[in-house]
Ligand binder design. Structure first.
Ligand code: SF4
Ligand code: SF4
Length: 186
């Protein structure tokens, strides 16, 4: 039986200043090819569509993103089969998404947002309407990047961390075992 748990990015300290560097990095790496977003903010001609969402509460803020749930409610609720699980990561196909919002309702973390789609640096129109097509947007763990999540690298305060629960559990077990040895509680 394969017991590998999917990785996910999570905020691991309370030092977030709300600078949005993580959101901008996320948007940029996902739009370099088709929408040619690469250089300066002033050249961006399409709506900024990140896949993690800075969330403000009381005096603090933190970005929220997908936990890549093992039995993912978003995937299970998608009638259009626009969400698939690839190597433990839930991936949305924006061209198959019909914007029904079932996944938004189903996600317990508010980690999915409906945002406008762009292709070739132009908004994609709905058929038979002058409105812009929207799709579900969620963290895909930067699946196309070889060197890992852009948001983690962009944060100037090391707020974000890529969690591998198996590794984390092993580290904690080793620390606990060493502590038991040192305190003589064996
Ligand atoms: S891991 Fe990648 S896709 Fe997910 S929120 Fe961070 S930058 Fe965006
Ligand atoms: S880059 Fe870091 S400090 Fe800035 S908003 Fe994101 S998590 Fe907060």
């Amino acid at each position: 039986m394969n017991n590998n748990l999917g990785s996910f990015v999570v905020a691991c300290n309370d030092q977030c200043t709300g600078c949005k560097a993580c959101e901008i990095a996320c948007f940029t790496v996902h739009n370099q090819k088709e929408n040619k977003v690469a250089h300066t903010v002033g050249t961006v001609a399409i709506p900024v569509t990140p896949r993690l969402f800075l969330t403000k509460f009381e005096e603090q803020c933190l970005p929220i993103q997908c936990k890549q749930c093992e039995d993912a409610p978003c995937l299970n609720s998608c009638a259009a089969k626009a969400i698939t699980k690839v190597d433990g990561t839930m991936i949305v196909n924006e061209m198959l998404c019909i914007g029904c919002k079932n996944c938004m309702l189903a996600c317990p973390f508010g980690a999915i947002e409906m945002l406008p789609i762009a292709k070739n640096a132009q908004p994609v129109q709905q058929i038979g309407s002058d409105e812009v097509r929207k799709s579900a947007f969620k963290c895909d763990l930067c699946a196309e990047l070889e060197d890992g999540p852009a948001c983690v690298k962009a944060c100037p305060h090391d707020v974000l961390k890529l969690m591998n629960l198996e590794e984390d559990r092993k580290e904690k077990s080793i620390r606990a075992a060493i502590a038991l040895t040192l305190t003589g509680n064996l």
